[in-house]
Design a protein. Sequence first.
Length: 358
Amino acid sequence: MLWHAIAPVRRYTKVSHDVMRHPRLNSDAKVLISYVQGLPEGQVDRALSEHAREVGIKGRRYQAAKEQLVVNGFVHERKAPGARGLWATHQLFSNVPLSDADALAVWREAGVGGGADPSAQVPTVGQPRARRVGHQLPVDEELGENSFRPPTQAADSEAALDELSPEEAQVERVLLSLRECRRDLRLGVAEARSLVALAVEWLRRGVSGAELREVLSSGLPTGRVRSAVGFLRHRLVQKMPEAPAPAPAPEPAPEPASVPDPAPPALSDAPPTPPRVAPLVTCEGPGNEHVFRAYGGATLCPDCQQAAPWARWAERRAADLGVDLAEEAAKAVEAGRDPDGWRSRLAAAAAAGGVPEQ
């Protein structure tokens, strides 16, 4: 970087290096310090925002720069009463940081905040005149401390308004929601609660909250409703549905006749009957002699019943392939297998036909 600087001989402002190199001030804040520091004496009574507007610092940029100047002690603000009882905001600007104590000393030295004596001010309107009315005070009036106490009934009524039953709270919501239909039906909370007693009677006569809202908001006059409370009270009274007929009292049920308790069953001395068990029957199927429990008159055990269909299928399969079952049975005996079993027949048929065993 090349550096070339010519010191001005007139119309210049000396700015401290502490300000120009301040780490917590942005460029806008530094420009404000430099600009306000070089102002002539005739322009120092203007607000800081007006000076910032002249150098193009507006809006959020000015707010951010001013906040940095206030936080770092370059700008101090104070509100003090002025003439005619009006409050004014005074700004203190400094090109060096000032503490609150230093700023307070500057305020006191400048006499900021010291209003004029009220007795020295001219009255706002006219001159004091003689008293026209109220020359004689009431005899019974006590000129002591005001000991007025509000009546207890007001507090009790407010507490009663705050405690609403579920039906009353529902009706109050319906009445307050009428403002959504027409603006001239707007009710205050106190006005709505004055109509709650009438509206709750509608619910007790079988009208739902939606139906009540429909009745109150339909068929409205074309003109403006002058009194929403009076209009709604008139409708609640005139359109009140009839009370439901009382339900007939139920007839008393006849007293049941006394029935003697049943006698307990007599205990028999006979032993309990044992459960029925199917008898053992010799299976009529091939192979070694074996027995099974026959149910429903069966003569074959479950294994033989399943083997018979497979054996018939193996015989048909062997006939189709041209295999001699007797020869295969002999081979089965030599191999130590049962020659009459369906597995032997199926294995023989599968070997002869070249199909894999099942």
